[in-house]
Design a protein around this ligand. Structure first.
Ligand code: GFB
Length: 359
């Protein structure tokens, strides 16, 4: 277990998951956090990263920094996705190994698994078949990261664990229509269609691929849980175990946004892997479970993000909460999973009223 005055480095603290991990750590009372913005430290620079580790000597490390993006960004920038991710994880993992951090949590991705893996995907399906071509470069970088974690463990005794989150979403997401993942892209597109009173909105692909989505507050909570309770070389899936087609996701988002137009499919765009849902029994068996149901989570993101610049196609708006309205309160479809995870559950309430600490 991490003690409360432990020194914790969150690499990638401005990203979707890294920022949620920082929030979760602060809420849980961890105040001795080390963060560095991209301007302060280039994580691809192994010399600079080593200096940071030797100077700061962190006890624990969350490696949430990565070059990430949706299906189009992965397909058009494979060099960047491969080289930058290898460079970031090589420099951080080796510096952490050499300076003997107590424990490190490496974040991979559900795209490490074979394109046609049996569903739901169990951890042992890694390296049992060919990868999905649209994100092979990213997947191979992440697989190399898992291998390096385990090599540090076996050769030097490092306590490095590897966690594979499913597709994440949250208020600090990338809402750029060309580089983002599907959920933020559809939220923005459908909002624009509503504001412009467009009769149709275009969704990429056939709408038939199935994906699993996890709110980043749940994902960060799982990361803290695993840092405190898991010590094995075996990778761990983090997700809900529930899937939805892209068509049904678009329909749900249209209901949340209040858009009544027609959803049309642009089949000139790629579908990517046909189905991707994780088997989360290993994580559930350890005693963790998600709290934020998909529709509630999407409604919450839609309330929280600053949508004022969304009509400008080139802009990436700043992400700040801007609504006191709670769409989840009276709608049974928007309720959270299970009795222990009602809207007033601790995780949900604390995230909404975080302890304020100076950065
Ligand atoms: O989220 P996404 O970009 O990536 O796309 P993956 C998921 C599905 O949504 C694909 C469809 O079938 C897309 O064709 N889709 C429909 C859209 N409309 C849109 C849209 O407007 N924008 C986007 N982006 N998609 C990612 C990997 O795969 O999964 C990453 O590329 C990462 O590397 C992530 O691993 C977890 O789910 O296919």
């Amino acid at each position: 277990m991490m003690d409360h005055d432990a020194k914790i480095f969150v690499a990638g603290h401005r990203g979707l998951l890294g920022s949620a991990i920082v929030r979760a750590l602060r809420i849980a009372g961890f105040m001795n956090l080390i963060t560095r913005s991209r301007d302060q430290l280039d994580l691809r620079d192994n010399g600079a990263v080593r200096v940071l580790f030797e100077r700061e000597r962190p006890d624990y490390v969350f490696l949430a920094a990565a070059r990430v993006g949706g299906i189009l960004a992965n397909g058009t920038l494979p060099v960047e996705f491969l080289v930058e991710n290898l460079a970031i994880q090589n420099s951080v993992l080796i510096a952490a190994c050499d300076t003997q951090v107590k424990k490190l949590l490496f974040l991979g991705s559900s795209c490490i698994y074979p394109r046609m893996a049996p569903q739901p995907i169990r951890e042992e399906y890694l390296l049992t078949g060919p990868l999905e071509p649209s994100n092979r470069a990213y997947a191979l970088a992440k697989i190399a990261g898992i291998e390096l974690c385990n090599a540090c463990r076996s050769e030097y005794g490092s306590n490095f664990i590897s966690v594979m989150p499913t597709n994440l979403y949250g208020p600090d997401d990338n809402f750029d229509l060309t580089t983002s993942h599907v959920l933020p892209a559809l939220l923005r597109k459908i909002h624009i269609a509503k504001m412009r009173a467009d009769t149709t909105v275009s969704v990429w692909g056939t709408g038939t691929p199935r994906r699993e989505f996890l709110h980043v507050t749940d994902a960060a909570d799982a990361c803290l849980f695993l840092m405190n309770h898991y010590d094995s070389a075996e990778i761990v899936n983090v997700g809900t175990g529930e899937e939805i087609t892209i068509g049904d996701l678009a329909q749900s988002i249209a209901e949340i946004v209040g858009y009544n137009g027609e959803i049309v499919y642009d089949t000139s765009r790629p579908d990517g892997t046909p189905r991707k849902v994780l088997d989360v029994s290993r994580l559930i068996g350890l005693g963790w479970r998600p709290c934020i149901a998909l529709k509630a989570g999407i409604a919450r993101v839609y309330q929280e993000v600053d949508k004022s610049a969304w009509l400008d196609p080139g802009s990436r708006p700043s992400q700040q909460g801007n609504s006191a309205f709670d769409a989840t309160q009276n709608d049974p479809d928007l309720s959270l999973h299970g009795a222990a995870c009602l809207p007033d559950s601790d995780r949900y309430r604390r995230e909404r009223n975080p302890i304020q600490v100076s950065p």
